[in-house]
Ligand binder design. Structure first.
Ligand code: IVH
Length: 587
């Protein structure tokens, strides 16, 4: 028996080591065939002697459990974010600020790439990977351990020695541009919605409840920071990065020690020049004070450390042509002009439609159909038209004017906000209704599973004319609909009923009050505690809330005083969609 246990331990260690050679060093020393053979031997031994199966075994990367939801995981030390330097001057200012605070004329930095993915934390207890989480709000993230385990670059058991009892490391999960393209090509073939960019694809992949799906996504990771480390003897950040490699973690090959401001600026420029040749997106570089002692001396502000800064690159730009301009009607009835572009790729994402905001913007930039334009995309920010290349203007370039009527219901459009915006005058406009219901059922709002596509069917069949009507639907209303069977009707009603347990902030967000996003919804939930009190919100009370200004306050009051909205909210309450605000963690 002892022999078998020893054999299993040796196989696990060998496989972990070869995993490291393959996924971290890119220098395998055995063939795939030999690796697979060892893997299968281990699998069959573990099957026969399950008492020797451990969670750090390479056979245990992909679990079989499909979760209902992710549990919260509180970070032992907050996951901070970085303040930004927009250009070289701001980097130089940062450098001098540091010298001044430390009263010295010389500080060493580490330069790193600013990766554009999803920040995560990995927790190791006695060298074994035991838990991992998203950054969340910086204090509490989501426990996504079983998904992180599927990433082959993440060691399940640390290599080497000097292994602390508790080790928390932080890094960025990314998808390379090439793999992103392949993933989207595949989704297109299978009629699945495409990811907008590699960052969204990484986030979406890590939020899968079934780890078998995450496993198929080509996720990669680079580690760049630590949380808690018991026995933290590192003198500086560079030594930490070096130790990471010995433990078997992937670190970025462009990490570099920088001795002064000239080297920092050179690094910034060099990386910006390399940007297009890297296999993944970076949106800047990060400078970190090397000495951990000095980092401690400098300390942190509420959200950002004083000892680090992100030097952001200029957003990427491309030139393309406007094929046509049409209009979109939003959930508040605002009619927005949108340009259809000859598709162009900017940092991984294909851009084919871009909002032109309003007529003023079109006139000011003199944008015409058939014009060649400079389009820019910065990370998460929606792409925009920067300017027209006038020298390339064609003879048949046509100017554009917003229509006098709503493009969907053809009711007259009215000018609002001093003529800056155009709005459909029909409050029952089907486009508005469809958009507001789509927003209501979306993931971040009521999270009614799979309902987005169904909503326009329900609107068309006159089954719903506002979001509260959803709660009065019965299975027999649905089974006669096109493409609906007993089962799908049952599923939809079940998930509608389930959504009654939603938290108050999410419900407020779902209402789609103009200018009220997730953050303001939380503030409102905290202040008013339930829907009934929210209905009596007054402008002066709202302005007193930190972070709510007069424009947002006005927009909330207008919303809760409109008769149509009051009716909908009352109907929600009657249907038991009426959560009360609980504490911070319970929401
Ligand atoms: S260090 C205390 N290093 O950028 C600083 N972050 O705004 C903690 N990021 O949430 C982060 N590359 O997700 C650090 N080389 C790098 C990074 C990096 C990307 C992300 C990270 C963080 C955000 C900061």
């Amino acid at each position: 028996m002892k022999d078998i246990e020893q054999h299993i331990i040796k196989l696990k260690n060998d496989l972990n080591f070869h995993n490291y050679r393959y996924y971290i060093l890119n220098e395998p020393i055995i063939s795939d065939y030999n690796y697979d053979e060892m893997f299968r031997t281990l699998e069959s031994l573990e099957k026969k002697y399950p008492q020797y199966k451990t969670i750090d075994s390479p056979t245990q990367r992909v679990g079989a459990t499909i979760l209902d939801s992710f549990k919260p995981l509180e970070h032992r030390t907050a996951m901070l974010s970085l303040s930004n330097a927009k250009n070289q001057t701001e980097i130089i200012n940062f450098y001098h600020r540091i010298l001044k605070s430390l009263n010295t004329d010389n500080v060493e930095f580490v330069g790193e790439t600013k990766l554009d993915g999803l920040g995560v934390e990995l927790i190791y207890e006695n060298g074994i990977f035991t838990a991992g989480a998203t950054r969340g709000d910086g204090f509490v993230g989501e426990n996504i351990t079983q998904n992180l385990r599927t990433i082959r670059q993440i060691p399940l058991k640390l290599l080497g020695n000097n292994i602390p009892k508790i080790l928390e490391v932080r890094g960025e999960v990314i998808i390379s541009n090439e793999n992103f393209q392949k993933l989207n090509d595949n989704r297109e073939k299978n009629d699945k919605p495409l990811f907008a960019n590699p960052r969204n694809a990484s986030a979406g992949s890590l939020r899968q409840l079934d780890p078998k799906i995450t496993e198929k996504r080509p996720l990669e990771i680079f580690i760049y920071a630590f949380g808690e480390i018991s026995e933290n003897n590192f003198k500086n950040h560079w030594m930490f990065l070096e130790q990471l490699k010995k433990w078997g973690f992937p670190t970025n090959p462009y990490n570099k020690i920088l001795k002064n401001e000239n080297e920092m600026i050179k690094y910034f420029n060099d990386m910006e020049n390399k940007r297009n040749t890297l296999p993944y997106d970076i949106d800047g570089v990060v400078f970190k004070v090397n000495s951990l002692n000095l980092q401690k001396k400098l300390g942190t502000r509420t959200r950002n450390p004083r000892w680090a800064i992100a030097g952001k690159f200029k957003p990427k730009q491309e030139i393309t042509q406007i094929i046509s301009i049409d209009e979109q009607v939003g959930r508040t009835g605002i009619i927005t002009p949108v340009a259809n572009l000859k598709p162009v790729k900017i940092s991984g994402a294909t851009i084919s439609r871009v909002t032109l905001h309003n007529q003023d913007e079109i006139d000011r930039k003199d944008i015409r159909v058939n014009d060649f334009v400079v389009v820019e995309r910065a990370g998460d920010v929606i792409p925009k038209v920067i300017k027209v290349i006038k020298e390339k203007r064609l003879k048949d370039a046509k100017s554009y004017h917003l229509p006098q009527n709503c493009p969907v219901c053809h009711s007259p459009a009215i000018k609002i906000e001093n003529g800056a915006l155009l709005k459909c005058s029909n409050i029952s406009c089907p486009a508005q209704l469809r958009k507001s219901i789509e927003h209501f059922v979306s993931k971040k709002a009521m999270n009614i599973a799979g309902a987005e596509a169904t909503m326009s069917l329900l609107v068309k069949a006159n089954l719903i004319s506002n979001v509260a009507d959803l709660y009065e639907l019965r299975e027999y209303d649905l089974i006669y609909l096109e493409r609906f069977g007993k089962k799908s009707a049952h599923n939809l009603i079940t998930s509608i009923n389930k959504s009654k347990n939603v938290s108050l902030p999410k419900l407020i967000y779902a209402l789609g009050i103009p200018n009220v996003g997730e953050y303001t919804s939380k503030l409102l939930a905290k202040k008013y505690g339930n829907l009934t009190s929210l209905l009596s919100a007054k402008k002066d009370e709202l302005i007193e809330i930190d972070d709510i200004g007069p424009i947002v306050a006005e927009s909330i009051v207008t919303f809760v005083q409109e008769e149509k909205n009051i009716k909908v909210i009352q109907k929600l309450i009657e249907n038991n969609v009426n959560p009360i605000y609980k504490n911070k963690n319970n929401e």
